[in-house]
Design a protein around this ligand. Structure first.
Ligand SMILES: Cc1cc2nc3c(=O)[nH]c(=O)nc-3n(C[C@H](O)[C@H](O)[C@H](O)COP(=O)(O)OP(=O)(O)OC[C@H]3O[C@@H](n4cnc5c(N)ncnc54)[C@H](O)[C@@H]3O)c2cc1C
Length: 327
């Protein structure tokens, strides 16, 4: 690992002003929360920053507060704390489940919610120092001719990464917002608008500018009559990223769907919202046939690679399972 300087900051403002200063000086710098993902990238020589800005030394940024209308979760709240928080479990089960499905117990004990949303792709070509892939400044995405069995089937090209976060699909399904602090102050935006498709910019996964950091997630409390589930398929049970994951939330009046959210993980470079399937479900009663049809609609337009055709059926089945569970 290349040597670097670690800086323990005491406030968000200090972190932002250091990022701005290093950017102006053309020095490379990155923030870390738990460091569970970023330090691995450093060890693998994928990133080699001059400065590491440790956010964990900021006091009080790890809160989980229930307020009128929803939950405020500080950037440094750990995955395990979100998973085990009694009110989150009771009112945001889908988020608690997603946090509990991420990585291993050790990583959930160190990993933060902001780090989970801002983590880099887990594509083996991107992570390997043997390949200078498109995302690392090379000419090609090796997935196209190489081994793309875990890669994207929706919204891909020119890069075929999938977004690795478990909490992101659940939070997008919940209609969460994300707070970003930068040199000009703070802004709150829908989390759905935070992620960037490779067709827009294949070198980044989100809209953060060099001197911006995530400080909070706001999750509105789901309406009465809502049920949400998070289902994840992975290769190994010990710890693994989603091959396919599906977050479903169904808000019903009696047995009729008032509104539904269907968001997939592991299938696209961003958490992938199946808007047409959501529209199809409105006003319907969910049974086997409706749930199956919603899954088929959600996967319309999928363009699998030669090695990952199986993901289409897997995603359809998980959507069906999630909707039937909600019903
Ligand atoms: C072996 C292994 C398995 C994993 N499996 C899964 C999995 O199954 N599911 C899953 O969802 N994740 C998985 N992860 C990814 C990840 O480590 C965890 O999800 C964790 O939540 C990341 O949080 P962190 O605080 O440790 O992130 P860090 O390593 O500190 O940071 C990750 C990224 O986010 C950026 N970042 C961190 N905080 C902020 C902030 N406040 N503002 C802006 N940018 C920020 C960093 O610069 C870095 O790019 C896995 C990681 C490993 C190493």
């Amino acid at each position: 690992m290349k040597s670097f300087e670690n800086i323990d900051v005491k406030s968000v403002r200090e972190a932002v002003s250091l990022l701005q200063k290093f950017h102006q000086q053309k020095k490379s710098a990155a923030v870390v929360g738990g460091g569970s993902e970023y330090l691995q990238l450093m060890k693998d020589h994928v990133v080699e920053p001059d400065y590491l800005i440790n956010l964990k030394s900021i006091p009080g940024l790890d809160y989980i507060k229930e307020e009128r209308g929803g939950f405020r979760i500080g950037a440094l709240a750990k995955l395990v704390e979100i998973e085990e928080h009694p009110a989150v479990r009771e009112k945001l089960l889908i988020l608690s489940s997603a946090a509990g499905e991420a990585a291993s117990p050790q990583i959930r004990n160190a990993g933060t919610i902001a780090g989970n949303l801002c983590q880099r792709p887990f594509c083996w070509y991107f992570r390997s120092s043997n390949f200078t892939c498109l995302r690392k400044g090379g000419q090609v995405c090796y997935t196209v001719t190489g081994d793309g069995r875990f890669h994207a089937i929706l919204g891909a090209g020119p890069s075929y990464i999938v977004h690795p976060s478990d909490t992101a699909p659940a939070l997008v399904a919940l209609g969460a917002q994300i707070k970003i602090a930068g040199p000009t102050g703070e802004k709150m935006i829908p989390l759905e608008k935070f992620f960037v498709l490779p067709s827009v910019d294949y070198k980044r996964e989100n809209i953060l500018n060099p001197a911006e950091i995530v400080t909070e997630i706001f999750v509105p409390t789901p309406k009465a009559g809502s049920k949400g589930f998070y289902h994840k398929v992975r290769e190994r049970l010990a710890w693994d990223h989603a091959i396919v994951a599906v977050a479903t939330i169904v808000e019903s009046s009696g047995s009729v769907v008032r509104a539904a959210r269907v968001v997939m993980g592991g299938v696209a470079p961003i958490p992938w919202r199946a808007a047409k399937a959501e529209e199809f479900l409105r006003g319907k009663r969910i049974d086997e046939a409706t749930a199956k049809q919603a899954g088929e609609i959600a996967l319309e337009g999928a363009k699998p690679l030669k090695d990952n055709v199986y993901k289409v059926k897997m995603a359809q089945d998980l959507i069906q399972r999630g909707l039937l569970a909600s019903a």
